[in-house]
Design a protein around this ligand. Structure first.
Ligand code: HEM
Length: 231
């Protein structure tokens, strides 16, 4: 077995894979949140942003495939590590670290599953346009002549958050995302060797801030539509 294969199948290698793919996904989630915030600037801003993303379809697909690979590797590494830990210790023990570890670890596993289901639902709801899941009147980006595209992200989001049960699912998923990011980002720093007590406070502060900000902002968007601030 080559050293590379030995490394990526070892527990440390799998944790490094989780940390690196996690970093990519955190960067995407923050970028996506900043892009979505443009909904508060009006339809032109959000639709313009959606059109900008489609300036190069090759680049868009390269980013999509990279994200997909990152999600699959992240889930694969998490699953293998979880199965190995169950094998090694069939009776779980109480671990005590930040965020009350046993609670945080459980949240990571079940939160991860809920997030995965959320992403599939979210893609069907606001990207793919599936009858019965996407809002009525959902429109894909369409050609507007002269090589221009006209996107309808704003109208899709407004129509997509008219029902309390859809918004509730988004809010629950965003709370899970917040816990997942807070604990995940902190573990990532530890895996990458930044577990020196001097940096630990900075790492915790960063992880908690990212988790809280992303979760709160992502909840505010659907709630603002539901209560009519964005219409
Ligand atoms: C409540 C907050 C969110 C809102 C309002 C939102 C809104 C949107 C909208 C409007 C699109 C379609 C964009 C377009 O077609 O141009 C989209 C796509 C997407 N969203 Fe979200 N999103 C939210 C949260 C999330 C979260 C938390 C994740 C991941 C964890 C996520 C992952 C994605 C992905 C992967 C796409 C597909 C992008 C592509 O076209 O390749 N979104 N989102």
């Amino acid at each position: 077995m080559s050293w590379a294969k030995r490394f990526i199948t070892s527990n440390v290698g799998l944790k490094v894979l989780m940390a690196v793919t996690g970093m990519l996904l955190v960067a995407f989630v923050i970028g996506h949140m900043l892009g979505n915030l443009q909904i508060f600037l009006g339809a032109e801003a959000l639709d313009g942003y959606a059109e900008l993303l489609r300036t190069s379809m090759e680049l868009l697909w390269a980013v999509r495939l990279t994200l997909l690979a990152a999600v699959l590797i992240h889930i694969y590494a998490a699953t293998v590590l979880t199965l190995r830990s169950w094998d090694a210790r069939p009776v779980p023990y109480e671990q005590k670290t930040w965020l009350g570890e046993s609670y945080a670890v459980r949240t990571m596993k079940w939160g991860g599953v809920i997030l995965f289901l959320f992403i599939i639902y979210h893609l069907l709801h606001l990207t793919v346009g599936v009858q019965g899941i996407s809002p009525e009147g959902f429109e894909h980006c369409t050609a507007a002549g002269g090589g221009e595209l006209r996107c309808h992200a704003y109208a899709n989001v407004v129509a997509g958050f008219q029902h309390w049960y859809v918004v509730l699912f988004y809010v629950v998923a965003q709370v899970m995302l917040g816990f997942h990011l807070a604990h995940g980002a902190w573990s990532m720093f530890r895996t990458l060797g930044l577990n020196n007590p001097r940096y630990d406070r900075i790492a915790r502060g960063f992880a908690l801030t990212v988790g809280t900000v992303v979760s709160v902002v992502n909840c505010i968007i659907p709630l603002s539509v539901l209560i009519g601030i964005v219409k």
